[in-house]
Design a protein around this ligand. Sequence first.
Ligand SMILES: [Zn+2]
Ligand SMILES: [Zn+2]
Length: 214
Amino acid sequence: MGLYIDIHVHTRRHSQCSHIDPERLIRQAVRAGLDGLVITEHQYQWSTDELAALAAKSHDPHFLLLAGFEYSTIQGDLLVYGLTTMQAAQFQSGMQPEDAVARVHRLGGVCVAAHPTRAGMGFDERILSMPVDAIEVQSVNLKEHEQRLASQLAQNATLRPIAASDAHQLVDVGRYATEFDTPIQSMTDLHDALLRGTFHPARAVRKPGAVLYP
Ligand SMILES: [Zn+2]
Ligand SMILES: [Zn+2]
């Protein structure tokens, strides 16, 4: 069995729309059966110091805690992984999606299209030709029919699917996750796995009490 990681989570520290207290995040993630979390605030990436401070406060020092960020293009949101906090801070809002993807790639990062079929917040048909590295097909912010459409879109665009919670409330952390087939111990590992495609949406509840959807 691979590693279960929720790669799309917001906290109230840097995302105004989130209710999640970061100090309760890791415990909830462990309870949900996750092996790791990637915090992806809107237009902000946690620094390594911030991550280390939070990890140090947790009771589970081996829990994998990483950060990317969610960038809102003028049409559709992108999850970005593998950049520095400084590089993330230089992404001003209002870029075209193609330009944002190109910039992430130029800087050596990877991009996942977030909730691509979410009503009013998705992408148009340009997503079919956009060189994103993967596409989110399940989250608490995609209704059932939007999840079906997103899976269809992933097939049509031959993009690999991921599942993630997009949690803004503690109870949603880990509700969806992606299973990685190779060891992930750092952002470099995650970045490489996303490029290689050694992952798939997690399908099963892992242990009693875990809240991952089947
Ligand atoms: Zn979003
Ligand atoms: Zn989000």
